[in-house]
Design a protein. Structure first.
Length: 190
């Protein structure tokens, strides 16, 4: 549910890289649910592997919005593959935000986007994005531990499964071979 919410708001903000990552995560969650319901440890292992990538992606998102190191929100190609101006939907629609258009000869709008000033936000949009990614990290850590545990349980069940006629002590026993076999005629004359 949390990733579907995130997908909707990324669509509204035209952030194509997060949209693609969210879509792949939704597919991985479906695979993980299938693996858990059907007892498929390989599906759960793939899901757990994806969750490691998902943790990395969300860590990148947190660093991007907090502008850690050389990361900057001014680079359009990171979130939109350089197809449109990057804007988080929360920038203009955050809780308590007042949006006013800015009319200035110095600032030229890019690609049909208007220049705006956003004031009065209870929580700035980078922090909303960071909180969303932090929630995804928490859920991914929980999912990773769960997937590893359930996969281990399924593997142990597969190892202890007794096929009908298996080679265990309680299964079918072949008759013991004897060293002497008595032959008797089928027909007796007499």
């Amino acid at each position: 549910v949390a990733v579907l919410e995130r997908q909707v708001f990324d669509f509204l903000g035209f952030q194509w890289a997060p949209i693609l990552a969210n879509f792949l995560h939704i597919m991985a969650v479906i695979l993980g649910i299938f693996g858990a319901l059907q007892g498929r440890s390989r599906c759960l292992a793939l899901y757990a592997g994806w969750l490691l990538l998902w943790l990395g992606w969300n860590t990148f998102i947190i660093c991007f919005y907090l502008e850690v190191g050389q990361l900057s929100q001014d680079r359009d190609f990171v979130m939109t593959f350089n197809t449109s101006l990057h804007r988080s939907w929360w920038m203009e629609n955050g809780p308590g935000c007042l949006v006013t258009p800015v009319v200035s000869s110095e600032m030229v709008p890019q690609e049909d986007h208007h220049v705006i000033a956003v004031t009065g936000c209870l929580l700035d949009y980078p922090y909303i994005e960071v909180l969303s990614s932090a929630l995804q990290i928490f859920l991914a850590l929980f999912g990773f531990v769960f997937a590893c545990y359930v996969s281990k349980v399924f593997l142990e069940e597969e190892d202890s499964f007794d096929f009908i006629g298996g080679f265990d002590a309680y299964g079918y026993q072949a008759p013991q071979k004897t060293s002497h076999l008595q032959l008797q005629p089928l027909y007796t004359s007499g």
